[in-house]
Design a protein around this ligand. Structure first.
Ligand SMILES: Nc1ncnc2c1ncn2[C@@H]1O[C@H](COP(=O)(O)OP(=O)(O)O)[C@@H](O)[C@H]1O
Ligand SMILES: [Mg+2]
Length: 244
């Protein structure tokens, strides 16, 4: 389980997460919706142990991200793909993907490379293994980013607006990969503005509003008029995001 318990986070005087509770069980796909500035990326960074909590607890399979001795184990269990392409520019796609398995998991290089090639093939990039990030399109870079996270064989895949910097065509190529992963049973925490896609692949949808998790419902209930939509903030958000 990935457990977020009563988490408070502040930057100086500004409260950014205000008592967030969220549990994700293996096999679940949970989407996080919420306006810009509501705290979605901060929550992902907290799960990665990149931010100090003011209070509360985050555990990944019982490893507490706030405890220095447990953080490495927690991190091995979750893989993150961020909004902005964060591949190492001086390394090829293959090197980007094999780096952590070799360095962190001590996987022998031939095995790591075989795994990387298999992952690249699964995202339609078998022929781009030796390309550098600058030689790849945005959509291709995000697909390599997904391979890099998957190469660590994480139990939980965290995705922070992975398509928001992409044009519609590249967005659909990346979403197709995520749909495939969801169908294979990959556990995912998915921060997105792609509401229709979230609706298709999620078991649950949660809504963050000014650092508070105000809705946590099964997907059908989230979109029902007497469910999530009954919350004015959710209704407002959904009408603003509608693409018509
Ligand atoms: N390192 C930081 N220092 C100060 N404020 C920050 C920092 N990171 C994020 N914030 C603030 O925290 C709030 C939530 O940001 P963020 O988690 O990025 O929201 P979202 O991803 O939902 O758009 C925003 O008001 C943002 O300005
Ligand atoms: Mg964000």
């Amino acid at each position: 389980m990935l457990k977020i318990e009563n988490v408070h986070k502040a930057f100086g005087e500004v409260t950014v997460l205000d008592g967030v509770d969220l549990t994700i069980a293996p096999g679940e796909v949970v989407s996080i919706l919420g306006s810009s500035g509501s705290g979605k990326s901060t929550l992902i960074r907290c799960i990665n142990g990149l931010e100090m909590l003011k209070s509360g607890r985050i555990t990944v399979d019982d490893f507490d991200v706030s405890k220095p001795k447990e953080l490495a184990e927690a991190r091995k269990r979750s893989g993150t793909v961020f909004q902005l392409f964060n591949l190492y520019p001086h390394m090829s796609a293959l090197q980007n993907i094999t780096l952590a398995p070799i360095e962190v998991l001590k996987m022998p290089r031939p095995e790591a490379e075989a795994l990387a090639r298999q992952l690249l093939e699964s995202v339609g990039l078998a022929d781009r293994a030796n390309a550098y990030p600058a030689q790849l399109s945005g959509g291709q870079r995000q697909r390599v980013g997904i391979c890099r996270a998957l190469a660590m064989q994480p139990r939980y895949l965290l995705l922070d607006e992975v398509t928001s910097a992409l044009d519609p065509e590249m967005t659909s190529e990346v979403l197709a990969i995520l749909a495939k992963l969801a169908a294979q049973g990959t556990t995912m925490l998915f921060v997105t503005h792609e509401i229709e896609f979230a609706r298709e692949i999620s078991n649950r949808i949660v809504f963050l509003d000014k650092g508070r998790l105000v809705v946590d419902l099964p997907t059908d209930r989230f979109f029902a008029a007497d469910g999530g939509r009954a919350q004015p903030r959710v209704a407002q958000f959904l009408s603003k995001m509608r693409k018509d």
